[in-house]
Ligand binder design. Structure first.
Ligand code: COD
Length: 304
């Protein structure tokens, strides 16, 4: 699967998805909105400051102002824009939440608000989907963006969130590699002991819907020859769908290495909330915002 194929399947289906964008006055976000409307992929509720939003729309994407499938809602500041976009999702007026020109912490506050937010009782976590040149399927990396130093229990939830996204993307039984620096258990490396425990939890049915095997180092998780050289024989080694990274730093470094050194394409969502959330950072390209939107719409399907 590639993002191009994902786009083709999504535009062919024509579902009734509405995306609520908080603080939509962001050029790259509006570029993704314009592209989505061109493909008639979904409808939009754009929340933002009247002057900034309308000026940006008029200057860069005037066609969106005349589009009946795009509704603009004036909000006096970015906090209210986040609250209202979250409320639209909570009240089922929208099926996906997307971050615009607002700090991540501001929108996460609205999402995590106990009374008015989008908590579902699960841990929220970041799932990034990569199209890597030379790897013949999507590679999922989690959590490279939200949970800083997850405990074993949090890793279990992070893993389960990624498995759920992979299922919705059409991977029936994803293979999961909990990564460490080595492929043997070293009691001094908590990433390796956690990986072994997650593997056993999967074997005992505590983690379902996937095959977990670890610890694995990155090379033997994604490269068959590297796995063979180390004498590792498993359904996961050399063939991982999902890489579970030990910390946000290791995930973030892997994420950026793939983009900058390997020209990988990425789309990402926050999973575990009442609806998928597109939370790309302001430095992300318009293409990655577009890919993230495609993933969010695809994974919102079963919530419609
Ligand atoms: N899932 C569900 N609930 C959560 C989560 C989560 N992942 N994180 C916090 N909560 C709940 C807590 O239970 C609590 O009720 C409330 O939210 C506030 O919790 P705090 O005080 O721990 O939350 P914050 O605001 O201090 O931290 C949450 C962040 C997600 C902002 C924080 O974990 C963070 O900064 N993560 C790293 C983001 C980042 O810098 N990424 C870098 C690459 S983009």
């Amino acid at each position: 699967m590639s993002f191009e194929q994902l786009q083709q399947t999504q535009t062919a289906v024509q579902k009734q998805v509405t995306v609520a964008v908080a603080a939509a006055e962001d050029l790259l976000v509006l570029e993704a909105v314009r592209r989505a409307r061109e493909e008639q992929l979904c409808d939009f509720l754009l929340y933002g400051d009247r002057h900034k939003l309308f000026d940006t729309l008029e200057e860069h994407t005037p066609e969106l102002l005349k589009d009946d499938h795009v509704t603009c809602v004036h909000t006096s500041d970015e906090v209210i824009a986040c609250q209202q976009a979250v409320r639209a999702v909570r009240q089922n007026e929208a099926n996906v939440l997307m971050k615009g020109n607002v700090p991540t912490s501001t929108i996460l506050k609205a999402v995590l608000n106990k009374e008015h937010g989008l908590r579902s009782g699960k841990l929220l976590s970041h799932v990034a989907i990569f199209e890597v040149p030379g790897y013949d399927k999507f590679l999922y990396i989690t959590d490279a963006g939200m949970n800083i130093a997850p405990t074993l229990e949090e890793k279990q939830h992070i893993l389960q969130n990624a498995v759920s996204i992979a299922h919705k993307m059409g991977v029936e039984l994803p293979t999961v590699a909990p990564l460490a620096a080595v492929e043997v258990v070293n009691p001094n490396m908590s990433a390796s002991t956690d990986a072994a425990l997650l593997t056993q939890m999967n074997r005992r049915g505590q983690i379902k819907g996937c095959i977990v095997d670890g610890p694995l180092a990155l090379d033997n998780a994604i490269n068959q020859k590297a796995a063979e050289k180390k004498g590792i024989h498993s359904e996961v080694a050399g063939n991982a769908d999902i890489l579970l990274v030990p910390t946000v730093e290791s995930g973030n470094i892997l994420y950026k290495s793939l983009i900058y050194f390997a020209s990988a394409k990425v789309g990402a969502v926050i999973a575990g909330a009442k609806a998928p959330i597109v939370l790309t950072s302001r430095s992300d390209s318009s293409e990655s915002k577009w890919n993230s939107l495609l993933v969010a719409i695809k994974t919102a399907e079963d919530m419609l």
